[in-house]
Ligand binder design. Structure first.
Ligand code: NAP
Length: 248
């Protein structure tokens, strides 16, 4: 039996990077996967086509995670189609890096909306269906910089630290209903997001990582599979660092 057989999973921001790896990993492990994207429709459709041809049940929907009403409509559609939600991965996220001295209100607000409000939006909508279904696993993608901060990322670090406080609170509220909620804190992962960093910054980060390399997206997806499956049935309210030892 596959680890996510008979489970319905939603992954936000599944068209690229870590989210795409999670979609692939969940589909390979038997889940029905619905993933969202913001604007990469061609890429999202190509992923659906490929995974469907392999026999998986995968659906992509354009949905802005920062929008409360879009989240409401998304969950309604998924529950209407598949009857339940077992796993929610709040993965969608952006960066708008700048030193605080130069950071605009817009850069602050965009990051807070896409990274933190999105987690509230989606989580709020799955609470009822998960309670009705007598269980569920919510995985919120934070970051090591949400734990120890990073110069030039006050907005991003604050959003990722907020996710940790949110996840622990939700775990305490919903534990008695068998709904688990954990945060996953990746270190630096090789995706479009980190490709934007210059080589000198990247080298600096890598030298501070005990495993001396960036993570592959699949390594983050493996931890998500663990948190989304019943293998982690007694784990809630935790922050799982997948950071090559950076946060040690
Ligand atoms: P990425 O390659 O830039 O991909 C971001 C994904 O999020 C894309 O699928 C994008 O959709 C989607 N997205 C962005 N804003 C959205 C919105 N408002 N609504 C719906 N979807 C939205 O990023 P990544 O590196 O894979 O990062 C994924 C998550 O891991 C983020 O939360 C990030 O903060 C976190 N993280 C990343 C790293 C790292 O080193 N890469 C480290 C720690 C944590 P489109 O393709 O349509 O734009």
């Amino acid at each position: 039996m596959k680890l996510l057989e008979n489970k319905v999973a939603i992954v936000t921001g599944g068209s690229r990077g870590i989210g795409e790896a999670i979609v692939r990993k969940f589909a390979a492990n038997g889940a029905v996967v619905v993933f969202t994207y913001h604007s990469s429709s061609d890429r999202a459709n190509a992923i659906v086509e490929e995974l469907t041809a392999d026999g998986s049940q995968v659906l992509a929907l354009q949905s802005d995670a920062a929008s409360f009403t879009a989240a409401e409509e998304l969950i309604k559609e998924v529950v209407g189609k598949f009857g339940k939600v077992d796993v929610l991965v709040n993965n969608a996220g952006i960066t708008r890096d700048n030193l605080l001295l130069r950071m605009s209100e817009q850069q602050w607000d965009e990051v807070m909306s896409a990274n933190l409000k999105s987690v509230f939006n989606l989580t709020k909508q799955v609470v009822r269906p998960m309670m009705k279904n007598r269980g569920g696993s919510i995985i919120n993608i934070s970051s090591v910089v949400g734990v120890f901060g990073n110069a030039g990322q006050a907005n991003y670090s604050a959003s990722k630290a907020g996710i940790i406080g949110f996840s622990k609170s939700v775990a305490k509220e919903l534990g008695s209903r068998n709904v688990r909620c954990n945060a996953l804190a990746p270190g630096f992962v090789g995706t479009d997001m980190t490709d934007a960093l210059d080589d000198k910054t990247k080298e600096g980060f890598i030298s501070a990582i005990p495993l001396r390399r960036l993570a592959e997206s699949e390594e983050i997806a493996n931890a998500c599979l663990f948190l989304g499956s019943d293998l982690s049935s007694y784990i809630t309210g935790q922050v799982l660092s997948v950071c090559g030892g950076m946060n040690t």
